[in-house]
Design a protein around this ligand. Structure first.
Ligand code: BGP
Length: 465
């Protein structure tokens, strides 16, 4: 039998998980929360959400946070990321501060820090106050300044407890899903609006970095990006071009301005060519240039595989990034059938090396990686879900991450999505991601096999395989 290899991570490597306010807190009568885009959408079209479970029924963290913080400890967390809901903290995103929200978040944050767990707080996880959405959302520059005021309010209210912040989670997702597809509000296909929304979001992120550094120079702030590497079908020039352009849209549109302070010239040229380059003032571009992030959060689930278009775009086709490439469905790829996402562990290695070589070896954390599985009940033995597939999924990715770190990648921690089964946008509770099972009827929490395993992983700062 071959000998086992030990994968030990650098000293101080952080082990934990991420969640978000909208996916975990739920809504309780009298809590003072105002409507977000998700609350409003569920009211309008509940049938779009799996089993018609909406955002008010998320994992009751609002009531159970004390118990849940204990569970973080029991599953070996040394780091935890969650988000503040803008629509909970400020009436309709611009009005009065909700004192109940302030009390709630302060108790949560203090409770986490008191356990010796490093806390990372995100300001925005797809959840725009609906009142702002009604005024044009991120197409309207007023939203940028409303977000800046909201960020400042958070730094003021919680800066004595929180010292590590995130401006946005996966800002490209609302652009792709809301302005180039029909999965987030407003659900339109409008490339010009998409480019404007992306630009305004980047400007808002840079402003939050600026305000954070002004108010609390000792704090650190990052942006979380889903950096899906684009792999070309072949090494033909056409396929390589397709992959390069896919990465420009999907990855570099936020990575370059956030880390390097400017947009890739090729991306600007493409947007100009289609007459959809957002109008940017010199002052705004200076803000982006001067306020780059201190470190980066990387969410990695799947790669994208692309090829050159097989047919010319029709003149009537609305402009989307697919004007330049088409998806490549690689035969034999490994797939998570529940989510339909490819599993390609080496992607995490490639990201680490890319950040090392092209982005000044910026410090980064894996801020999400994980496996959503439907119907986990069938894996229950003696009351506990035996999710060996999740353990294998994490280990497989950690092996690649370990290799990248050995080769000099500057990764400081691994945060799983997520600690407890949570509500996932249109998929609601279809796929479960947690180290801890959530019983939707009783709200009982039971640690899965992976949760016990994760504790050992954290205590040993690695694993053997
Ligand atoms: C990421 C989001 C998370 C989470 C995760 C799982 O993109 O940041 O909020 O939802 O994906 O994806 P899904 O819930 O769609 O299965």
């Amino acid at each position: 039998m071959s000998e086992k290899k030990v994968y030990r991570f650098p000293e101080g490597f952080l082990w934990g998980s991420s969640t978000s306010g909208p996916q975990s807190e739920g809504i309780v009568a009298g809590d003072g929360k105002t409507r977000s885009n998700w609350d409003a959408w569920y009211q309008q079209e509940p049938e779009r959400f799996f089993d018609q479970v909406g955002p008010e029924q998320t994992s009751t963290f609002y009531q159970h946070y004390q118990e849940d913080i204990q569970l973080l400890k029991e599953t070996g967390h040394t780091v935890f990321r969650t988000s503040i809901q803008w629509s909970r903290l400020m009436v309709d995103g611009v009005g009065q501060v909700n004192e109940k929200a302030v009390a709630f978040y302060r108790q949560v944050f203090q409770g986490i820090v008191a356990q010796g767990i490093k806390l990372i707080v995100n300001l925005y996880h797809f959840d725009l106050p609906y009142a702002l959405q009604e005024k044009g959302g991120w197409e309207n520059k007023e939203t940028v300044y409303a977000y800046e005021r909201y960020a400042r309010t958070c730094f003021d209210l919680f800066g004595d407890i929180v010292d590590t912040w995130i401006t946005f989670n996966e800002p490209i997702v609302p652009v792709e899903c809301g302005y180039l597809g029909d999965y987030h509000l407003p659900g339109v296909i409008d490339a010009k609006a998409a480019a404007l929304v992306a630009y305004h979001t980047q400007l808002a992120s840079s402003l939050a970095v600026k305000v954070c550094h002004e108010l609390h120079p000792e704090h650190r702030i990052c942006i979380v990006l889903n950096l899906t590497p684009a792999y070309p079908r072949s090494d033909s020039k056409e396929d390589q071009d397709a992959a390069r352009i896919a990465e420009l849209f999907q990855m570099k549109s936020f990575l370059d301005p956030s880390v390097l302070g400017s947009y890739p010239t090729e991306l600007v040229d493409i947007l100009k060519r289609h007459a959809i380059l957002p109008p940017a003032t010199e002052e705004e571009l200076r803000i982006i240039k001067e306020n780059t992030v201190d470190f980066l959060g990387v969410n990695y689930y799947q790669p994208i595989r692309v090829q050159a278009r097989s047919k010319q775009p029709s003149p009537d086709e609305p402009l989307t990034p697919h004007y330049y490439f088409e998806p490549y469905d690689m035969p034999g790829k490994k797939i998570n059938p529940h989510r339909g996402w490819e599993i390609y562990e080496k992607g995490i290695y490639d990201i680490g090396i890319n950040l090392k070589e092209q982005y000044g070896n910026i410090e980064w954390l894996v801020t999400e990686n994980g496996m959503g599985v439907e119907g986990e009940d069938k894996f229950r033995k003696q009351g506990v879900i035996q999710d060996d597939y999740r353990i294998a999924f994490i280990e497989d990715h950690l092996i690649e991450l370990h290799k990248a770190i050995e080769e000099g990648a500057n990764c400081k921690g691994y945060l799983l999505w997520t600690f407890i089964d949570c509500w996932s946008w249109l998929n609601a509770y279809k796929n479960r991601y947690g180290l801890i099972e959530l019983n939707l009827e009783t709200q009982e929490r039971i640690i899965k096999k992976s949760g016990h395993w994760f504790k050992k992983l954290s205590e040993n700062n690695g694993f053997e395989r």
